[in-house]
Design a protein around this ligand. Structure first.
Ligand SMILES: C[S@@+](CC[C@H](N)C(=O)[O-])C[C@H]1O[C@@H](n2cnc3c(N)ncnc32)[C@H](O)[C@@H]1O
Length: 189
């Protein structure tokens, strides 16, 4: 299975789960602890505006964070995921999440305090270059780092165009570390 197959599988899996609200809730619970660890690590504030690049059909990270920050914009470059994600946000009656059909390589990231990138958001270094050129210097960037067994499918830390970062261990199925850095820590292309 190559990288794109893995991405499509995760994406496909979420598209199935989202059809049954109970499954979506169990999916959210599965990730809750890891996302709350990310929230604590990043020191997110209630007035923060967050951009999540690649939310999928079940934007569980944004849903879990929605009562902890001011507003979250979730983007995805897959139209079907965007439509399904809009439905689940309405189902949970969450009114501080906006879902947009956009690509992380070209989105305007300048109005956000925090930017999240999940494992599947690609191409990582092009997304980072876009962030570096447009964000203010204090924007926090959070990224999940794949476990060794998954580095074949998701960009490993050594291939990321970043100079410095802070890290925290988490225990999840596919990732075991989250890192945080600022636009100034991203290398020039
Ligand atoms: C399956 S989701 C995983 C995120 C997870 N649901 C969460 O809340 O943490 C990953 C999504 O990233 C999207 N994606 C990948 N690259 C992207 C890019 N450059 N811009 C926007 N979305 C992207 C894929 O379409 C996929 O739906």
């Amino acid at each position: 299975m190559d990288f794109w197959d893995i991405c499509k599988t995760t994406n496909f899996f979420e598209k199935i789960l989202v059809k049954v609200p109970l499954f979506s809730i169990l999916y959210l619970l599965f990730y809750k602890k890891a996302v709350e660890t990310e929230w604590e690590f990043a020191g997110l504030l209630t007035e923060d505006k967050v951009l999540f690049i690649g939310g999928g059909a079940i934007p569980y990270s944004a849903i879990i964070l929605s009562n902890k920050v001011k507003h979250i914009t979730v983007i995805d470059n897959d139209k079907k995921s965007v439509n399904l994600a809009k439905k689940i946000i309405n189902y949970f009656r969450i009114n501080n999440i906006t879902i947009n059909y956009e690509n992380g390589q070209y989105v305007n990231p300048k109005d956000y305090d925090v930017i999240f990138l999940p494992l599947q958001a690609q191409p990582k270094n092009k997304i980072l270059a876009n962030i570096k050129s447009h964000c203010h210097e204090n924007t926090k960037i959070l990224m999940r780092i794949p476990k060794k067994a998954f580095t074949k499918f998701y960009t490993p830390i050594k291939d990321l165009a970043i100079k410095n970062y802070k890290e925290k261990a988490v225990n999840q199925l596919t990732y075991n570390k989250i890192i945080m850095f600022y636009p100034g820590d991203i290398k020039n292309e």
